[in-house]
Design a protein around this ligand. Structure first.
Ligand code: FAD
Length: 289
Protein backbone atom coordinates (compact mmCIF):
# COMPACT_ATOMS: atom_id res chain seq x y z
CA UNK A 1 0.00 0.00 0.00
CA UNK A 2 1.28 3.46 -0.83
CA UNK A 3 0.22 5.40 2.26
CA UNK A 4 -0.90 9.03 1.98
CA UNK A 5 0.29 9.96 5.52
CA UNK A 6 -3.02 10.34 7.36
CA UNK A 7 -1.86 9.76 10.91
CA UNK A 8 1.32 11.81 11.22
CA UNK A 9 1.57 15.05 13.21
CA UNK A 10 1.38 18.03 10.79
CA UNK A 11 4.81 19.53 10.12
CA UNK A 12 6.64 16.43 11.44
CA UNK A 13 9.41 14.78 9.45
CA UNK A 14 7.23 11.68 9.04
CA UNK A 15 4.37 13.74 7.55
CA UNK A 16 6.69 15.51 5.08
CA UNK A 17 8.57 12.33 4.21
CA UNK A 18 5.39 10.35 3.61
CA UNK A 19 3.94 13.01 1.29
CA UNK A 20 7.16 13.25 -0.70
CA UNK A 21 7.38 9.44 -0.68
CA UNK A 22 3.94 9.01 -2.26
CA UNK A 23 4.86 11.31 -5.16
CA UNK A 24 8.29 9.67 -5.59
CA UNK A 25 6.87 6.14 -5.47
CA UNK A 26 4.16 6.90 -8.04
CA UNK A 27 6.72 8.62 -10.31
CA UNK A 28 9.02 5.58 -10.02
CA UNK A 29 6.14 3.24 -10.89
CA UNK A 30 5.22 5.32 -13.96
CA UNK A 31 8.85 5.50 -15.15
CA UNK A 32 9.28 1.72 -14.75
CA UNK A 33 5.90 0.52 -16.03
CA UNK A 34 4.95 -0.89 -12.64
CA UNK A 35 1.17 -1.27 -12.35
CA UNK A 36 -0.51 0.49 -9.41
CA UNK A 37 -4.10 1.35 -8.54
CA UNK A 38 -5.16 4.53 -6.80
CA UNK A 39 -8.16 2.83 -5.18
CA UNK A 40 -8.35 5.16 -2.15
CA UNK A 41 -8.86 4.30 1.49
CA UNK A 42 -11.88 4.65 3.79
CA UNK A 43 -11.45 5.14 7.52
CA UNK A 44 -14.81 4.01 8.87
CA UNK A 45 -16.36 5.22 12.16
CA UNK A 46 -18.76 2.71 13.73
CA UNK A 47 -19.53 4.37 17.11
CA UNK A 48 -20.26 7.96 18.26
CA UNK A 49 -16.82 8.03 19.96
CA UNK A 50 -15.17 7.03 16.69
CA UNK A 51 -17.13 9.79 14.90
CA UNK A 52 -15.54 12.32 17.31
CA UNK A 53 -12.10 10.83 16.65
CA UNK A 54 -12.83 10.87 12.92
CA UNK A 55 -13.42 14.66 12.99
CA UNK A 56 -10.02 15.18 14.68
CA UNK A 57 -8.33 12.91 12.13
CA UNK A 58 -10.07 14.71 9.26
CA UNK A 59 -8.64 18.04 10.45
CA UNK A 60 -5.21 16.45 10.71
CA UNK A 61 -5.47 15.22 7.10
CA UNK A 62 -6.32 18.76 6.00
CA UNK A 63 -3.39 20.19 7.97
CA UNK A 64 -1.16 17.65 6.24
CA UNK A 65 -2.44 18.78 2.82
CA UNK A 66 -3.97 15.38 2.01
CA UNK A 67 -6.89 15.10 -0.42
CA UNK A 68 -9.75 13.83 1.79
CA UNK A 69 -13.56 13.90 1.90
CA UNK A 70 -15.81 13.40 4.91
CA UNK A 71 -18.68 10.99 4.17
CA UNK A 72 -21.88 10.53 6.17
CA UNK A 73 -23.51 7.10 6.60
CA UNK A 74 -25.51 7.39 3.35
CA UNK A 75 -22.51 8.52 1.30
CA UNK A 76 -20.46 5.69 2.80
CA UNK A 77 -23.15 3.21 1.77
CA UNK A 78 -23.16 4.63 -1.74
CA UNK A 79 -19.38 4.22 -1.99
CA UNK A 80 -19.24 0.82 -0.31
CA UNK A 81 -22.58 -1.03 -0.20
CA UNK A 82 -21.10 -3.84 1.92
CA UNK A 83 -19.70 -1.60 4.63
CA UNK A 84 -21.80 -0.38 7.56
CA UNK A 85 -20.72 2.71 9.50
CA UNK A 86 -21.80 6.11 10.85
CA UNK A 87 -19.41 7.94 8.57
CA UNK A 88 -15.97 7.77 7.01
CA UNK A 89 -12.96 9.70 5.77
CA UNK A 90 -12.21 8.99 2.12
CA UNK A 91 -8.49 9.34 1.37
CA UNK A 92 -8.22 9.59 -2.40
CA UNK A 93 -4.42 9.42 -2.71
CA UNK A 94 -3.88 5.99 -1.14
CA UNK A 95 -2.76 3.43 -3.73
CA UNK A 96 -1.77 -0.21 -3.97
CA UNK A 97 1.23 -1.72 -5.72
CA UNK A 98 3.32 -4.89 -5.71
CA UNK A 99 6.27 -3.79 -3.54
CA UNK A 100 8.26 -6.88 -4.49
CA UNK A 101 8.20 -5.62 -8.06
CA UNK A 102 9.11 -2.08 -6.93
CA UNK A 103 12.17 -3.28 -4.99
CA UNK A 104 13.19 -5.64 -7.81
CA UNK A 105 13.15 -2.70 -10.25
CA UNK A 106 15.08 -0.54 -7.76
CA UNK A 107 17.71 -3.25 -7.41
CA UNK A 108 18.01 -3.52 -11.21
CA UNK A 109 18.43 0.27 -11.55
CA UNK A 110 21.01 0.32 -8.74
CA UNK A 111 23.03 -2.45 -10.40
CA UNK A 112 22.74 -0.86 -13.85
CA UNK A 113 24.30 2.27 -12.34
CA UNK A 114 27.27 0.24 -11.07
CA UNK A 115 26.03 -0.68 -7.58
CA UNK A 116 26.69 -4.10 -6.01
CA UNK A 117 24.19 -5.99 -3.88
CA UNK A 118 25.48 -8.55 -1.36
CA UNK A 119 22.77 -10.80 -0.03
CA UNK A 120 23.05 -12.93 3.13
CA UNK A 121 25.83 -10.74 4.56
CA UNK A 122 25.10 -10.07 8.23
CA UNK A 123 26.75 -6.86 9.42
CA UNK A 124 28.32 -7.67 12.79
CA UNK A 125 30.52 -4.61 13.38
CA UNK A 126 30.68 -0.99 12.27
CA UNK A 127 33.62 1.35 12.75
CA UNK A 128 33.83 5.02 11.88
CA UNK A 129 37.08 6.97 11.51
CA UNK A 130 37.83 10.38 10.00
CA UNK A 131 38.79 8.60 6.72
CA UNK A 132 36.18 5.87 6.27
CA UNK A 133 33.30 3.88 7.67
CA UNK A 134 34.03 0.14 7.82
CA UNK A 135 31.31 -2.50 7.90
CA UNK A 136 32.32 -6.04 8.86
CA UNK A 137 29.92 -8.74 7.74
CA UNK A 138 29.62 -12.50 8.17
CA UNK A 139 29.08 -14.49 4.99
CA UNK A 140 29.32 -18.29 4.72
CA UNK A 141 31.28 -18.42 7.97
CA UNK A 142 33.81 -15.87 6.67
CA UNK A 143 34.30 -12.25 7.75
CA UNK A 144 34.37 -9.67 4.98
CA UNK A 145 34.88 -5.93 5.31
CA UNK A 146 33.58 -3.02 3.25
CA UNK A 147 34.98 0.50 3.50
CA UNK A 148 33.04 3.54 2.37
CA UNK A 149 32.90 7.29 2.65
CA UNK A 150 29.32 7.19 3.92
CA UNK A 151 27.07 4.58 5.48
CA UNK A 152 23.30 4.61 5.18
CA UNK A 153 21.82 2.11 7.62
CA UNK A 154 18.26 0.88 6.93
CA UNK A 155 18.24 -2.12 9.21
CA UNK A 156 14.57 -2.07 10.19
CA UNK A 157 13.92 -4.23 13.24
CA UNK A 158 17.65 -4.21 14.03
CA UNK A 159 18.02 -0.41 13.84
CA UNK A 160 18.81 -0.07 17.55
CA UNK A 161 21.52 -2.74 17.38
CA UNK A 162 23.25 -1.34 14.27
CA UNK A 163 23.18 2.15 15.84
CA UNK A 164 24.86 0.78 18.97
CA UNK A 165 27.52 -0.94 16.80
CA UNK A 166 28.79 2.57 16.10
CA UNK A 167 28.97 3.29 19.84
CA UNK A 168 25.95 5.61 19.66
CA UNK A 169 23.62 5.26 22.66
CA UNK A 170 19.94 4.91 21.70
CA UNK A 171 16.92 6.01 23.71
CA UNK A 172 14.69 3.56 21.83
CA UNK A 173 14.57 -0.18 21.43
CA UNK A 174 12.68 -2.47 19.08
CA UNK A 175 9.98 -4.58 20.77
CA UNK A 176 8.60 -7.20 18.38
CA UNK A 177 4.88 -7.51 17.75
CA UNK A 178 3.64 -9.96 15.17
CA UNK A 179 0.63 -9.30 12.94
CA UNK A 180 -1.32 -12.09 11.26
CA UNK A 181 -3.22 -11.54 8.00
CA UNK A 182 -5.88 -13.75 6.44
CA UNK A 183 -6.90 -13.89 2.78
CA UNK A 184 -10.61 -13.84 2.01
CA UNK A 185 -11.96 -16.58 -0.31
CA UNK A 186 -11.81 -15.56 -3.98
CA UNK A 187 -15.59 -15.08 -4.16
CA UNK A 188 -15.17 -12.01 -1.89
CA UNK A 189 -12.58 -10.30 -4.12
CA UNK A 190 -15.14 -7.62 -5.01
CA UNK A 191 -16.56 -7.21 -1.50
CA UNK A 192 -14.95 -3.72 -1.28
CA UNK A 193 -13.67 -1.17 -3.79
CA UNK A 194 -11.45 0.76 -1.36
CA UNK A 195 -9.08 -0.19 1.43
CA UNK A 196 -11.19 -0.28 4.59
CA UNK A 197 -9.65 0.86 7.89
CA UNK A 198 -11.06 1.49 11.35
CA UNK A 199 -10.66 4.87 13.06
CA UNK A 200 -7.54 4.32 15.18
CA UNK A 201 -7.83 4.08 18.95
CA UNK A 202 -5.25 6.53 20.38
CA UNK A 203 -4.70 4.17 23.36
CA UNK A 204 -3.40 1.41 21.08
CA UNK A 205 -0.17 1.63 19.09
CA UNK A 206 -1.61 -0.57 16.32
CA UNK A 207 -3.18 0.17 12.93
CA UNK A 208 -6.27 -1.88 13.67
CA UNK A 209 -7.72 -4.72 11.63
CA UNK A 210 -8.32 -3.63 8.04
CA UNK A 211 -9.43 -4.98 4.67
CA UNK A 212 -6.72 -4.61 2.06
CA UNK A 213 -7.31 -4.93 -1.65
CA UNK A 214 -4.14 -6.37 -3.18
CA UNK A 215 -2.92 -5.52 -6.67
CA UNK A 216 -3.59 -9.15 -7.76
CA UNK A 217 -7.29 -8.69 -6.94
CA UNK A 218 -7.38 -10.62 -3.66
CA UNK A 219 -8.50 -9.13 -0.33
CA UNK A 220 -6.72 -9.68 2.99
CA UNK A 221 -7.94 -9.09 6.54
CA UNK A 222 -5.62 -8.25 9.42
CA UNK A 223 -3.43 -7.72 11.24
CA UNK A 224 -4.07 -8.69 14.80
CA UNK A 225 -1.26 -7.83 17.23
CA UNK A 226 0.48 -10.60 19.11
CA UNK A 227 3.57 -10.21 21.28
CA UNK A 228 6.54 -11.53 19.28
CA UNK A 229 9.34 -13.55 20.87
CA UNK A 230 11.78 -13.05 18.01
CA UNK A 231 12.44 -9.85 16.07
CA UNK A 232 12.43 -11.32 12.60
CA UNK A 233 10.37 -14.37 13.53
CA UNK A 234 7.11 -14.53 11.60
CA UNK A 235 6.07 -18.02 12.72
CA UNK A 236 3.80 -18.48 15.76
CA UNK A 237 6.43 -20.38 17.77
CA UNK A 238 9.60 -18.49 16.77
CA UNK A 239 11.69 -17.64 19.83
CA UNK A 240 15.05 -15.95 20.39
CA UNK A 241 16.65 -15.89 23.86
CA UNK A 242 18.67 -12.81 22.93
CA UNK A 243 15.62 -10.89 21.70
CA UNK A 244 13.49 -11.81 24.73
CA UNK A 245 16.35 -11.01 27.16
CA UNK A 246 16.86 -7.59 25.51
CA UNK A 247 13.11 -6.95 25.64
CA UNK A 248 12.59 -7.71 29.34
CA UNK A 249 15.71 -5.74 30.30
CA UNK A 250 14.33 -2.65 28.54
CA UNK A 251 12.43 -0.32 30.89
CA UNK A 252 10.33 1.03 27.99
CA UNK A 253 8.74 -2.39 27.49
CA UNK A 254 7.40 -2.42 31.08
CA UNK A 255 6.31 1.23 30.86
CA UNK A 256 4.22 0.42 27.76
CA UNK A 257 2.63 -2.55 29.53
CA UNK A 258 1.82 -0.38 32.58
CA UNK A 259 0.38 2.42 30.44
CA UNK A 260 -2.23 0.10 28.90
CA UNK A 261 -5.22 0.17 31.22
CA UNK A 262 -7.43 -2.88 31.89
CA UNK A 263 -10.26 -2.08 29.44
CA UNK A 264 -7.67 -1.49 26.76
CA UNK A 265 -6.10 -4.86 27.48
CA UNK A 266 -9.53 -6.29 26.93
CA UNK A 267 -9.79 -4.49 23.60
CA UNK A 268 -6.38 -5.74 22.63
CA UNK A 269 -7.44 -9.24 23.42
CA UNK A 270 -10.28 -8.81 20.96
CA UNK A 271 -7.76 -7.84 18.29
CA UNK A 272 -5.61 -10.85 19.12
CA UNK A 273 -8.15 -13.65 18.85
CA UNK A 274 -8.65 -15.16 15.41
CA UNK A 275 -12.45 -15.69 15.75
CA UNK A 276 -12.71 -12.01 16.73
CA UNK A 277 -11.16 -10.96 13.45
CA UNK A 278 -13.68 -13.00 11.55
CA UNK A 279 -16.54 -11.59 13.63
CA UNK A 280 -15.27 -8.08 13.00
CA UNK A 281 -15.08 -8.87 9.31
CA UNK A 282 -18.61 -10.26 9.28
CA UNK A 283 -19.90 -7.23 11.20
CA UNK A 284 -18.58 -4.73 8.69
CA UNK A 285 -18.77 -6.73 5.47
CA UNK A 286 -21.97 -8.43 4.43
CA UNK A 287 -21.51 -11.41 2.22
CA UNK A 288 -21.48 -10.35 -1.38
CA UNK A 289 -22.46 -13.75 -2.76
C1 FAD B 1 2.88 -7.10 7.43
C2 FAD B 1 3.38 -5.72 7.09
C3 FAD B 1 2.75 -5.01 6.09
C4 FAD B 1 3.20 -3.73 5.76
N1 FAD B 1 2.59 -3.08 4.75
C5 FAD B 1 3.05 -1.87 4.37
C6 FAD B 1 2.47 -1.20 3.28
O1 FAD B 1 1.52 -1.69 2.66
N2 FAD B 1 2.96 0.02 2.92
C7 FAD B 1 4.01 0.59 3.62
O2 FAD B 1 4.42 1.70 3.25
N3 FAD B 1 4.58 -0.03 4.66
C8 FAD B 1 4.14 -1.23 5.04
N4 FAD B 1 4.71 -1.87 6.10
C9 FAD B 1 5.84 -1.22 6.79
C10 FAD B 1 7.12 -1.37 5.97
O3 FAD B 1 7.31 -2.73 5.63
C11 FAD B 1 8.32 -0.85 6.78
O4 FAD B 1 8.05 0.46 7.21
C12 FAD B 1 9.56 -0.86 5.92
O5 FAD B 1 9.83 -2.15 5.42
C13 FAD B 1 10.76 -0.38 6.72
O6 FAD B 1 11.86 -0.35 5.84
P1 FAD B 1 13.32 -0.44 6.38
O7 FAD B 1 14.23 -0.43 5.19
O8 FAD B 1 13.53 0.59 7.44
O9 FAD B 1 13.42 -1.85 7.13
P2 FAD B 1 13.18 -3.33 6.57
O10 FAD B 1 12.29 -3.36 5.39
O11 FAD B 1 12.81 -4.13 7.78
O12 FAD B 1 14.61 -3.77 6.05
C14 FAD B 1 15.69 -3.94 6.94
C15 FAD B 1 16.63 -4.97 6.33
O13 FAD B 1 17.86 -4.93 7.02
C16 FAD B 1 18.29 -6.26 7.23
N5 FAD B 1 19.21 -6.28 8.39
C17 FAD B 1 18.92 -6.02 9.69
N6 FAD B 1 20.04 -6.14 10.43
C18 FAD B 1 21.04 -6.45 9.58
C19 FAD B 1 22.44 -6.71 9.75
N7 FAD B 1 23.02 -6.68 10.94
N8 FAD B 1 23.18 -7.02 8.65
C20 FAD B 1 22.58 -7.07 7.42
N9 FAD B 1 21.27 -6.84 7.19
C21 FAD B 1 20.52 -6.53 8.26
C22 FAD B 1 17.00 -7.04 7.47
O14 FAD B 1 17.21 -8.42 7.26
C23 FAD B 1 16.09 -6.39 6.45
O15 FAD B 1 16.20 -7.02 5.20
C24 FAD B 1 4.29 -3.15 6.45
C25 FAD B 1 4.93 -3.88 7.47
C26 FAD B 1 4.48 -5.15 7.78
C27 FAD B 1 5.17 -5.91 8.88
Amino acid sequence: MIHAGVYYAPGSLKAKFCKAGVAATLAFCRENDIPFQQCGKLLVATTPLEVERMQVLYKRCHDNGIDVQLLDAAQLKAEEPNIVGLGAILVNDTAIVDYRLVTTRMAERFQALGGHIRLSHEVVALEETSEYVRATAKYNGQRVTFDGEFLIACSGLMADRTTRMLGIETDFQIIPFRGEYYQLPEKYNDVVKHLIYPIPDPDLPFLGVHLTRMIDGTVTVGPNAVQGWKREGYGRFNFSFRDVADMVRFGGFWRVLKSISAPVWWKRKILCGNPAILNWCRSIARKSA
